[in-house]
Design a protein around this ligand. Structure first.
Ligand code: HEC
Length: 219
């Protein structure tokens, strides 16, 4: 169910409940008016002992049993459904992470690695701190091929480290705030998840979840 549908249903049921409340209150008032003056509820005689120990007691007992049965069914149902719910929530988080990573990628990385992450050229790069260094064109690698360039390493770990620390003295900048760059762990987690989602071999790779990724050290 979409958020809009839920919102519409909520508004409609709120209006319905409000109208029902007005009708109930006004009909109760009308009834009281027609019945004429009577003692206030606190002054009226309470139920008799027979009623308290008979029908009334049974009414409360039945309500108690009904509520217990309701809870006895509801709690195991929630318990059994919980793993499914958590899995769906985690998947949603990861999809969102990939989406955010793609947005960050297009903002900061596409100018060197290309809009499709296909790789590109950094034109006339001058290595900083090297006397007499000549401007040279440097290739920025295809980021859909991290796995094939590093077959023995986990592609996610390679990307995490490359983005966090950068690759000085190459043009690849340092992005991690821990190493003096501008991005926090969440942004880099999202970037890594995006890169994992576009690896050319389409292999299923476990994505980074933020809590776990935040404690991760660059290698
Ligand atoms: C100024 C150009 C430039 C920008 C901007 C840039 N990179 Fe790079 N990146 C490079 C170059 C050049 C290399 C190759 C470094 C080397 O030779 O080891 C590289 C390497 C990498 C690698 C390692 C690839 C591998 O297989 O070893 C990753 C991952 C990467 N970049 C991700 C990113 C991400 C994500 C961003 C955006 C936040 C980004 N880069 C922004 C130029 C850039």
């Amino acid at each position: 169910m979409s958020r809009t549908t839920v919102l519409i249903l909520a508004v409609v049921s709120a209006i319905f409940l409000f109208v029902a409340l007005i009708l109930v209150v006004s009909s109760a008032r009308e009834k009281a008016r027609r019945a004429g003056p009577s003692a206030p509820p606190s002054r009226r005689p309470g139920p008799t002992d027979e009623a308290l120990e008979g029908p009334l007691l049974e009414k409360y007992q039945v309500a108690g049993v009904a509520l217990t049965v309701f809870l006895a069914v509801l709690l195991p149902f929630l318990y059994l459904r919980e793993p499914v719910r958590q899995k769906a929530a985690a998947e949603k988080e990861l999809t969102e992470s990939v989406r955010l990573g793609a947005a960050t990628y297009h903002e900061f990385c596409a100018r060197c690695h290309g809009p499709e992450a296909q790789g590109g050229t950094v034109k006339r790069y001058v290595t900083p701190g090297v006397k007499g260094a000549k401007p040279t064109d440097v290739a920025a690698p295809d980021l859909r091929e991290i796995h094939s360039r590093h077959p023995d390493d986990d592609a996610g770990a390679v990307a995490w480290t490359a983005i966090q620390k950068g690759r000085p003295p190459t043009p690849m900048p340092t992005w991690g705030v821990r190493y003096g760059g501008p991005m926090n762990d969440q942004q880099i987690t999202d970037l890594v998840n995006y890169l994992l989602s576009i690896q050319s071999d389409d292999k299923e790779r476990p994505m980074l979840e933020f809590e776990a990724a935040a404690g991760r050290r660059a290698i």
